[in-house]
Structure formats: structure tokens, C-alpha cells
Design a protein around this ligand. Structure first.
Ligand code: NAD
Ligand code: TYD
Length: 359
């Protein structure tokens, strides 16, 4: 039975990954979810599986080296999937420090703990894998047009968020190059799907539209992001871990570039399509809610991933087309209004603070 350390498993992608893995492997794997439960961590995302005997939650901060050392004493991890991070660009513009602390120093702490645990006098123990979950944002920004990010594209991050993620990638690369540390780096495009915190574009627009609040679109609304359904990302991470060439970087994306304004309009159309005439939540939902607001500082114009390598070497393909994924996502938020309410009124924080101590 393989033991997985999943960091940041109470966040958006981490919790979707844990659900995916437990559905796929059942009792054949053991998952330890390490999360410090920042504002972005929500154990409600995992309540259906919290009692499983092969799942454990550990409240821990990756910035705390002593705690990490004791965790690695207790478990013999076979896989480390490192999601934990500060992840929101707008927050990084206002408060970069915590991004450097968690994303750079936290990653270094984790690398050191794993290196120590996996090193033997004959090199690293066999069949161990560390996977650094990174982002296409480390490549910087593309012009309007048809260029793509490849694994060989030079890193050129612009926001404090992407700079901290690029720094973490460089640390992982240095451990590969210096020690032959058994790692991979994956760089994925923008994710969407269930359990995404409503500070990010898609859940924010869904939530605001249901509240009849204005829908803020930055700048001219023509910035382009390349969207991938979160479950396809989870599957790609698992495939890279099991079939990827050790030490390699893999881009993950599904060729699904959309302008932000197009995303906002699609969400409104989908809400109107899914909500019956008789549903009170439908009234007042229209394009009139869209409000163009000042642009994000240093706003990257366009991201677009070339996923050729993961397709040809590993055989990964996205399974969920955008029109289906966005329907599933809007449907999920419509049927999980309690989840959204607990997040927006912050009661989720109080509930888990009572259980696991203050944040
Ligand atoms: P998220 O903000 O939803 O979740 C981050 C999780 O990390 C939270 O549960 C939080 O409590 C935890 N965390 C934060 N600081 C911590 C610390 N110091 N110690 C332990 N846990 C801590 O983020 P997400 O959107 O799920 O992203 C997960 C990872 O995927 C990140 O590394 C991000 O850079 C990367 N990524 C995200 C996207 C995207 O579109 N969201 C795309 C590509 C890559
Ligand atoms: P976001 O979801 O924050 O992801 P990222 O910045 O990591 O790509 O934003 C996606 C795009 O949507 C980005 O171009 C910024 C834009 N955006 C808005 O126009 N309005 C908003 O309220 C938010 C949160 C984002």
C-alpha cells in the first residue's frame, strides 16, 4: 500500500485530487493530508471521506521545520504531492510576504524533509516520487495571437504569486540537478470546478450573479486564460507520478483559451439555462450586472499551454470539454449553496478553528 503525503489538500485542487485518488484506488492507498487551514483551506470539502480508515488529516504549516521533521519520523511516504501554497494573484499584489514564506520557504522545508527521509548511502530509496504542483503563470504572459508556453519556454513571472511559484520550481530543479532528488514539476493552466474559493473568477461570478451583485471585469475583459476542469488536472498529476519520466517537467492544459468576458457571459447564460422560470434565484440575472472595473496591476494578457509532451509521452487527454465542465460547475454551486454560504460568512473558519485550534 502506497502512502501519499498531500499538502494543501483542504484547498480547491488538493481536495479534488484527494477525492479523485480515493475513488480511483480505494483502499489500495493511504493519504495523509497536511494543511495549515489558511482562509483557503476548508475541511468541508472532504467531509464525505473524513471517516475513511485510509485517510488522515494533519493540521500543520509547511513553514514549521520541526513539525515537518516529526511528521516524516512518523510516516514512510512513497509519494509527496505538493499543492500547499498561497494561490491568489490579487492577494499577492497586496501582501507578497506570505507568498514568499509559504511558496518558497515552505517548499524548501518540504524538499529538505523529503530528501532526509529518502536518502540512503546508495542514493535515494527506489520508487519514491515528489511532485511539485506548479502553474503556467511562471512563464509570464503571451501577446494576443497564437503563441504557446512549452516546457522549454524561459520563466518570466510578473506577479509576486508567479514569482514565488517560479522560485519554488527553481528550488525543485536545483534538488534534481544537485542531488538527483526524485521529483517532477507539473505546470497547469487555470483550473475550475467544485470547491473553488469564491475569490477566483469563476466562483466569484457565479456567487455574485446569484446575489444580484455586480460582476467585476478587470480592464477590457479581453485577457485570456486557458481553462481546465479540475478533475482532469487531478488525473494528469496521478499519471505523471506513475508514468512520467523522472526529473521531467510536464505542462498540463486542454487548449481551451477564453477571454474573461466570454467566461462571464457563459456563466450567466448557463445560470439562465439551468434555473427554471419558477426559481426565485433567476430573477435579475442578466448581462446588465457586468461592470468593467480598473485593471489588475501588471495583469498578464494571455496564457496558453502547449500540452504536447504530456499527451505524446504519457497519453493524458482532458476528458471534460469546457461546455460540459462549466455546466457541471454551475450546477455544483447551485446545489451547494450551504457550502458557499459557510465560506462567504466565514462560519467554516470558526467551525474548524473550534476543532483544530485557531488559525
Ligand atoms: P487554494 O488556495 O485553494 O489551496 C491552497 C491550500 O494550501 C489551502 O488549503 C491552504 O490552507 C493550504 N496552505 C496554504 N499555506 C499553507 C502552509 N503554509 N502550510 C500548509 N498548508 C498551507 O489553492 P489551489 O487553487 O487549490 O492551488 C493548489 C496548487 O495548485 C497551488 O500550488 C497553486 O499554485 C497550483 N495551481 C493552481 C491553479 C489554479 O487554477 N487554481 C493552476 C495551476 C496550479
Ligand atoms: P483569477 O481567477 O484570479 O486567476 P489568475 O489570476 O490566476 O489567472 O483570474 C482569472 C482572470 O480573471 C484574470 O485575468 C483576472 C480576471 N478577473 C476579473 O476580471 N475579475 C475578477 O473579479 C477576478 C477575481 C479576476
Amino acid at each position: 500500500m502506497k502512502t501519499y503525503l498531500v499538502t494543501g489538500g483542504a484547498g480547491f485542487i488538493g481536495s479534488n485530487y484527494i477525492h479523485y485518488m480515493l475513488e480511483k484506488y480505494g483502499q489500495a492507498i493511504h493519504i495523509v493530508n497536511l494543511d495549515s487551514l489558511t482562509y483557503a483551506g476548508n475541511l468541508e470539502n472532504l467531509k464525505e471521506i473524513q471517516e475513511l480508515p485510509n485517510y488522515e488529516f494533519v493540521k500543520m504549516d509547511i513553514c514549521n521545520k520541526e513539525d515537518l521533521a516529526s511528521l516524516f519520523q512518523k510516516y514512510n511516504f512513497d509519494r509527496i504531492i505538493h499543492f500547499a501554497a498561497e494561490s491568489h494573484v490579487d492577494r499577492s499584489i497586496k501582501n507578497p510576504d506570505v507568498f514568499a514564506a509559504t511558496n518558497i520557504m515552505g517548499t524548501l522545508n518540504l524538499l529538505n524533509a523529503a530528501k532526509k527521509a529518502w536518502e540512503s548511502k546508495d542514493g535515494f530509496l527506489p520508487d519514491k516520487r515528489y511532485l511539485q504542483v506548479s502553474t503556467d503563470e511562471v512563464y509570464g504572459s503571451l501577446d494576443d495571437g497564437d503563441g504557446y508556453f512549452y516546457e522549454t519556454t524561459p520563466l518570466d513571472p510578473h506577479s509576486p504569486y508567479s514569482a514565488s511559484k517560479a522560485s519554488a520550481d527553481m528550488l525543485v530543479k536545483s534538488y534534481i540537478d544537485t542531488y538527483r532528488f526524485p521529483a517532477n514539476i507539473t505546470r497547469c493552466s487555470n483550473n475550475y470546478g467544485p470547491y473553488q474559493f469564491p475569490e477566483k473568477l469563476i466562483p466569484l461570478i457565479i456567487n455574485n450573479a446569484l446575489q444580484k451583485k455586480s460582476l467585476p471585469v478587470y480592464g477590457d475583459g479581453k485577457n485570456v486564460r486557458d481553462w481546465l476542469y479540475v478533475r482532469d488536472h487531478a488525473k494528469a498529476i496521478d499519471m505523471v507520478c506513475e508514468m512520467g519520466e523522472l526529473f521531467h517537467i510536464y505542462n498540463i492544459g486542454g487548449h481551451n483559451e477564453k477571454q474573461n468576458i466570454e467566461i462571464v457571459k457563459t456563466i450567466l447564460d448557463t445560470l439562465l439555462e439551468l434555473l427554471p422560470e419558477s426559481d426565485a434565484r433567476r430573477a435579475g440575472i442578466s448581462y446588465d450586472l457586468i461592470q468593467y472595473v480598473g485593471d489588475r496591476k501588471g495583469h498578464d494578457r494571455r496564457y496558453a499551454i502547449a500540452p504536447d509532451k504530456i499527451r505524446s509521452e504519457i497519453g493524458w487527454e482532458p476528458e471534460t470539454m469546457f461546455r460540459d465542465g462549466i455546466r457541471l460547475t454551475v450546477q455544483w454551486y447551485l446545489s451547494h449553496e450551504d457550502w458557499m454560504k459557510n465560506v462567504t460568512d466565514q462560519s467554516y473558519m470558526k467551525y474548524y478553528a473550534d476543532m483544530y485550534g485557531k488559525r
